[in-house]
Design a protein. Structure first.
Length: 184
């Protein structure tokens, strides 16, 4: 609150002193040259900063020689995967149902067919959806990709440590949205 009062006081003082100052050049307030100057100079600065960033952003998306390409398709309410580099392997991955009798350590996170990826390799994942919006998210790997029907998205990641990684669909895609786990 004190910062807000301080800002209002400084801005109000500057505004008041500008309006009542007899020594102020009145033509400076209507100067087209000055307006042109403080419009063009910041534009050049933004272009100078932006052009290298656009190039780097484009290069960041390109994956040079990924070891594996994994095709992922989101459905209501399961994931379909396809390895097409070596053998054509396709499978669906459904959430493992939990029964009342057996407790599970990975309740609502485990699936019947897990994705298996090699350790320390560059992976390219192509992702789309068959029906509605989905989002393939594995926080431990730092991966989140939107699955949009009719659009093929690409994401690259590196599995830098061995282990079992869990994720979920992070897009509200319907009634059973919370029952779309991902297990790698």
């Amino acid at each position: 609150m004190t910062i807000l009062i301080l800002i209002i006081t400084i801005v109000g003082f500057n505004l008041l002193s500008t309006c009542v100052n007899p020594n102020l050049n009145q033509y400076m307030l209507e100067s087209q040259g000055l307006e042109l100057f403080w419009t063009i100079i910041p534009s050049f600065v933004l272009i100078f900063i932006g052009l290298p960033s656009i190039r780097l952003l484009y290069l960041l998306d390109e994956s040079f020689k990924p070891a594996i390409t994994l095709k992922t398709m989101g459905h209501q309410w399961y994931w379909s995967y396809e390895y097409s580099d070596f053998l054509d392997i396709e499978f669906d991955s459904y959430m493992t149902p939990t029964s009342e009798g057996e407790p599970s350590a990975f309740r609502l996170l485990d699936v019947d067919n897990r994705v298996i990826l090699p350790f320390s390799t560059q992976v390219r994942m192509l992702i789309s959806a068959a029906d509605v919006l989905h989002a393939w998210t594995v926080p431990a790997l730092g991966v989140k990709a939107d699955a949009v029907p009719g659009r093929l998205n690409q994401v690259n990641f590196l599995t830098n440590r061995p282990g079992l990684f869990f994720g979920q669909c992070s897009e509200i895609c319907g009634a059973n949205h919370s029952f779309m786990p991902i297990s790698i």
